[in-house]
Design a protein around this ligand. Sequence first.
Ligand SMILES: [Zn+2]
Length: 465
Amino acid sequence: MSRSAPVAPTCASVLLALALTACTGGAQGTPGASGLRDPYFPKAGNGGYDVTHYDLDLGYAPDTHRLTGTATVTARATQDLSAFDLDLQGLDVGKVTVDGEAARWNRAGRELTVRPDGDLKEGETFRVTVHYSGIPETITYPDGSEEGWVRTADGALALGEPTGSMAWFPGNHHPSDKASYDIAVTVPEGLEAVSNGELTGERTSGERTTFTWHTGEPMASYVATLAIGDYDIRRSTTPDGLPVYVAVDPTRADASREVLAGIPEIQAWAEDAFGPYPFSSTGAIVDRDSDAGYALETQNRPFFPGVPDTALLVHELAHQWYGNSVTPKTWRDMWLNEGFATYAEWLWAEDHGGDSAEETFDALYDHGEDTYEDLWSFPPAEPPGADHISDSPVYQRGAMVLHKIRQTVGDDTFYAILQGWAAAHRHGNADTADFTAYVEETAPGEDFGGVWEEWLYGEGKPGRP
Ligand SMILES: [Zn+2]
């Protein structure tokens, strides 16, 4: 651990501190762990508590790039706690309170350690409030992709996969701790501020406008988003009554109109294939091509740099089921996101006059390395490191695992697996072992040994059976 707080004070040391009564009551609180030991991001997230709600009150000035925030995090202690960490990258912390009382705190790297006035008891719900401000950081990876707080031509964009959300609010930044959110964002009048969930208010005073957004369903922080700038806003509802909120950079408005008008049709098709939509609204955010290097399945309304094609729209909307509702327990389980979303593209093509999934599978098997050089470089369930969780084996070969399951069980059982998996872990977390066990339970007479050994966990290109 990298903090300066004393760990598990002995009764003797507490006695020395004249805290006599603390020693008569049994167990002492100890500090929560500074990370959740994710196999790829061991310091992401924190131990000792479970967040139930984030209340973020943010202000942003695009001209100075300054972010001002108050984050109130409601959490339940999962152990007796003398201290706990929040993840926060950059920014300046002004004041921290726990249940309204000033708390001591210190920072080391991305860990903000908070020491409440008295211990928090296991099972206790508490509220920690952090006042902070500063110029939020953009995180740049070796491949040039950016996340965290990304400045755009006309504002800013918050993108958080895998760890960028700690650049704009303190929290338990690991996919295993999902929570509901209320996000209020104040920006100069004339700009829009788009986030997840549903817009519950828009109020202008003193030449500043505050937008308030509510996300009632659990959300992993990596799919929380904020898009500040000039946007054309289009609000509609699907034939089923689901609100659709689309925000498009004005320079992309005309070019994106037709593809985005397909959202209700994609939603209906996806519900047919994957089961009931897990959230209370849908939509999209379309920025300029130069604003980011990739699309992201930000909850309720995926983000696109430039006008998406239908396949990409299908991919990111499919993530609402696979990734955002059924969320990986760790970053090792990324193929459960990307393999499914890629397979959704194959299914869409199959159902709309394109190649069948079988044809897509065969073409990948025969010539996949022409397009995806690294296709056979590692098994989808075991990326060789954090730098590889977004590589082709996780996407294309992950989708091939699903197709091997479909070949094994036939269409009826396969769709039962797609829908049952989404239902069994709706709004929860799951890992690869949960998935293989689920498939085996759903198709008890079948032998999946070869699929798991060769396609999911095997090194190199599997042999054709
Ligand atoms: Zn994806």
